[in-house]
Design a protein around this ligand. Structure first.
Ligand code: 57M
Length: 358
């Protein structure tokens, strides 16, 4: 909004030119979202406590009973600060920015419904897995169908390490991108089981994708690095900046011992947005490296369930997802969390290094 109001005035007032720069506005989007989260966080937590949006803790897993009643649905705060900050700093005539906000809010609404049924209606389970999956697919399909109508967007795939192999998936791109988005959304949800475990790697992944998105929107840089170039895509860097800021602001309160959990409203929306940003940056496959922690957590569940069925009851891990396995081995929660963060930074650096390995 600031861009749309101030840049036209820059012909008369020279210094307003600075608002043209995506990098400048992305940094301010980050700071704005961070400040909103930290300023309003305590009031939000008090409100969640007052309306009794407290987490019920299961008794069949690692001992988390001390966390009983911790306010959940803190993801509302993340969505609020990202949306306000993006609207403030992005060019509001840019379609990609609106599509990203649509995905973020759409997945957030599914998570909200799930949390609401579970926490407020005090039912044991929220939305059924099938209903959740149906709505996730619906939001993803609408977003991708709109995206591939954009003349500058291509349905070609970029394959890490193979710069000359870019198969065009045509309409098959739609189910493919849907799997990326829905998969990312559920993977982040599975990871969100220890304080700061999901939001740490999320901040790292979003910072990494801020760079990829910026390069995709900059024809010269994209050409130099042999990446897809999509006019107008750079503006989504502002959204990524806001996500990093809101994520850090949430971590302020979610750091161990957590004062608030994000709930499905947070995990589903963050994961869906991460998947969509990977689609926008044309780095769908690289997401598996950038979001390596989320992938390992999901693989641990797939392996555990598969092995359990094949062997009629044997397990690979003490419990899946992977963080439960380490907890049950007696490793302190904060150590597991920080080690997963370190892993996520390493994976993001590896992904960034592929920029020159093409
Ligand atoms: C939700 N939710 C957390 C919080 C958070 C298929 C199966 C692997 C699914 C999986 C599952 O249900 N995962 C999705 C995980 C829960 O956190 C809430 O949920 C939101 C995210 N959706 O924001 O509101 C608990 O996690 C802890 N937590 C923190 N700090 C945080 O910042 O400590 C969360 C955020 C919270 C809190 O204790 O209550 C969760 O873990 O429930 N299911 C499982 O993970 C279950 N695993 C399992 O059954 N494994 C089996 C097979 C089927 C794979 C096996 O290995 O044999 C375990 N989950 C738990 N206890 N809690 C079972 C035991």
């Amino acid at each position: 909004m600031i861009y749309n109001v101030l840049v036209p005035l820059s012909q008369d007032v020279g210094f307003l030119n600075v608002f043209r720069y995506i990098t400048f506005r992305s940094v301010w989007a980050l700071l704005t979202a961070l400040i909103i989260s930290i300023l309003f966080g305590p009031a939000m937590i008090r409100w969640l406590q007052r309306v009794k949006f407290g987490q019920h803790i299961r008794e069949d897993g690692p001992k988390h009973q001390a966390k009983q009643g911790t306010p959940t649905m803190g993801g509302i705060m993340i969505i609020f600060s990202v949306v306000i900050s993006t609207i403030l700093w992005a060019d509001l005539t840019n379609h990609y920015v609106w599509l990203t906000l649509l995905v973020f809010a759409g997945f957030g609404a599914i998570g909200f419904a799930d949390d609401y049924i579970m926490v407020v209606k005090k039912r044991n389970k929220g939305l059924s897995a099938k209903t959740k999956f149906f709505f996730q697919c619906a939001v993803a399909t609408i977003a991708i169908a709109l995206l591939i109508q954009e003349p500058a967007y291509s349905t070609q795939l970029s394959v890490p390490f193979f710069k000359n192999f870019n198969p065009d998936l045509g309409w098959f791109y739609l189910p493919f991108a849907m799997v990326v988005m829905v998969g990312a959304s559920n993977a982040v949800n599975l990871t969100d089981g220890l304080d700061g475990l999901a939001i740490g790697p999320m901040v790292v992944a979003m910072a990494c994708f801020a760079i990829f998105i910026y390069v995709t929107g900059n024809a010269k840089l994209a050409d130099y690095l042999d990446m897809h170039s999509i006019q107008g895509m750079g503006e989504v860097t502002v959204f990524c900046g806001a996500m990093v800021g809101a994520g850090l602001g949430f971590l302020w309160f979610n750091a161990h011992p957590a004062q608030v959990f994000m709930g499905d409203v947070g995990s589903l929306s963050l994961g869906g947005a991460l998947g969509f940003v990977a689609v926008l940056a044309k780095q769908e496959l690289l997401l598996a490296i950038v979001g390596g922690v989320f992938v390992f957590e999901t693989l641990s569940v797939i392996l555990q369930v598969g092995y359990f069925k094949l062997t009629g009851g044997k397990r690979i891990f003490k419990m899946a997802p992977l963080h439960h396995h380490f907890e049950l081995k007696g490793i302190p929660e904060s150590k597991i969390i920080v080690r997963f963060w370190i892993l996520s930074i390493l994976m993001a650096l590896m992904a960034l290094s592929t920029l020159k390995l093409r």
